[in-house]
Design a protein around this ligand. Structure first.
Ligand code: ADP
Length: 465
């Protein structure tokens, strides 16, 4: 059995680095170490933990260029996006460095004058994270920072495609003095490490970002030891353009939402639902704007859209577009590909499809690629019906300046994240997460630390004054 795996550059297929796979014994030992370290780390005062987190954020910023370069090499995203992601990743550390000192308890009026009731919080224990390849820095820090801030210890298994960014960030945490066993990484194949994590009695919580089927599996496998779970799973974001919308603004925001990371994000606009009276004007302006986007190697400074991560992702996009065309969609721009499958490099040009219908696969499954399918609607109720007709409920966007339409959409869309005239709603200070099969729990904001805390109440009896 192989004990190593290759990290490849999806823009060129070239080898970036060879990484060692951890053995089962090494992973078990790491879990034991993380469990043992919890006893010490959880007792360190919150102000010291906060200071260490701030130091971690600072050293990441000092190494920003190097980290961003590694990220672009292993993930393919444009260097400017990688630089943006490194900063975005540190905002989670900064936010939770502050939250560490704000883990308040409360007192509850007792039902008898001889009693006092005090509610306090304590960290839940060792937390295991499994992260995806699309945001190798930010998906890790938005789990690690609240865990460490709460007093939990943390172990992460990064995606096999992009382990290098994560490894570097963990090493920097050690460099500023966060104890080695308080934050660790292990490398291995998803199913193998996943089973070791879910079977382990040392781990009290699994936090996962990835596909819905793997999230469901992890939830099932966490049941025997009743682990806490936070699941950030697939999305299938609708973006509704109402009849009164500011079209140029809606076009800019659609591009912003759709093409980050070549459309490989779980909150990317995936279904563009436009009022029939403006669908031609909107499509025309969108196509013009898409025509300006530059596809290429993420290391080139002009690149807007990098490669698709791997052949599986590439083939999925290709088949969704073909299915749409076969069922009657028109290609306004794109449907071009540049791939060297043998070598392992995969580019998809940004594509706009019009006259899309709900029976097309692209309307039913997450695309994870730079494709915009446009479907039209007559009445706003119909737009909501199309938007909600999916098991997913992560992000939704809409564009309107009519407050009645806006509040109606906000009330009726079953999604955890709503962007009203806003194509980029993420941030460390907000509760990110999905409804329905898009997940459980929230990451970010004051909500994002709660899943790392147990609630304990103390009832003191026999007060006799
Ligand atoms: P994608 O198809 O986009 O790669 P996945 O959900 O398969 O999404 O991957 C997200 C993360 O889940 C990666 O770190 C991957 O290694 C991990 N993973 C894949 N399969 C399993 C599994 N059976 N158990 C635990 N983790 C897994």
């Amino acid at each position: 059995m192989s004990t190593q795996f290759k990290v490849l550059n999806p823009a060129t297929g070239e080898l970036v680095e060879i990484v060692n796979l951890n053995t089962e014994d090494e992973i078990k030992q790491a879990l034991k170490n993380g469990h043992n370290a919890f006893k010490k780390w959880s007792k360190i005062d919150a102000h010291t933990r906060s200071k260490l987190l701030k130091d971690w954020s600072r050293i990441i910023q000092e190494n920003k260029e190097d980290i961003a370069e590694v990220m672009t090499l292993e993930n393919g995203k444009p260097l400017k996006e990688s630089l943006g992601e490194v900063t975005y990743a540190t905002t989670y550390i900064d936010w939770y460095a502050e939250e560490a000192t704000r883990i308040y308890g409360r007192t509850i009026p007792a039902s008898s004058e001889t009693k006092r009731i005090v509610v306090s919080h304590q960290p839940i224990g060792l937390v295991a994270a499994i992260t995806p390849w699309n945001f190798p820095a930010a998906m890790m820090t938005r789990k690690a920072a609240p865990a460490l801030a709460a007093g939990c210890t943390f172990i992460v298994k990064p995606a096999e495609e992009t382990p290098l960014t994560t490894m570097k960030l963990v090493e920097l945490a050690h460099e500023v003095g966060i104890p080695h066993d308080a934050i660790q990484y292990v490398n291995g194949k998803g199913p193998d490490v996943g089973t070791l994590f879910t079977d382990s009695e040392y781990i009290r919580k699994i936090t996962f970002t990835g596909s819905t089927p793997i999230g469901k599996l992890l939830m099932r496998n966490s049941a025997d030891t009743v682990k806490h779970v936070t699941m950030e799973l697939g999305g299938h974001a609708p973006l509704i353009v109402a009849e009164d919308a500011d079209l140029d603004f809606a076009v800019t925001q659609t591009i912003l939402s759709k093409f980050r990371n070549a459309g490989q994000t779980c909150i990317c606009a995936n279904r563009v639902i436009v009022h029939e009276n403006i669908v031609d004007a909107f499509s025309e302006r969108l196509t013009k704007a898409v025509n300006k986007l530059i596809v290429g190697n993420g290391m080139d400074k002009d690149t807007d859209i990098g490669p698709i991560i791997n052949e599986k992702g590439y083939q999925k996009i290709f088949s969704q577009v073909n299915d749409a065309i076969e069922k009657g969609a028109n290609v306004l721009i794109g449907n071009e590909y540049k791939a060297n499958i043998e070598q392992g490099s995969f580019f998809v040009y940004p594509t706009v499809l019009k006259n899309v219908k709900e029976n097309m696969t692209i309307m039913q499954e997450e695309t994870f690629g730079p494709i915009i399918p446009i479907i039209s609607f007559k009445k706003i109720e119909e737009a909501v019906e199309i938007a909600n007709s999916t098991p997913f409920g992560l992000a939704a966007y809409f564009f309107t300046n009519d407050y009645r339409v806006g509040t109606y959409l906000h009330d009726h869309l079953d999604f955890g994240i709503i962007g009203w005239n806003d194509g980029a709603p993420s941030g460390a200070h907000v509760p990110f997460g999905g409804m329905k099969e898009s997940g459980l729990g929230r990451e970010g904001g004051s909500e994002g630390i709660e899943p790392y805390l147990e609630t304990k109440y103390l009832s003191i009896g026999h007060f006799d004054h």
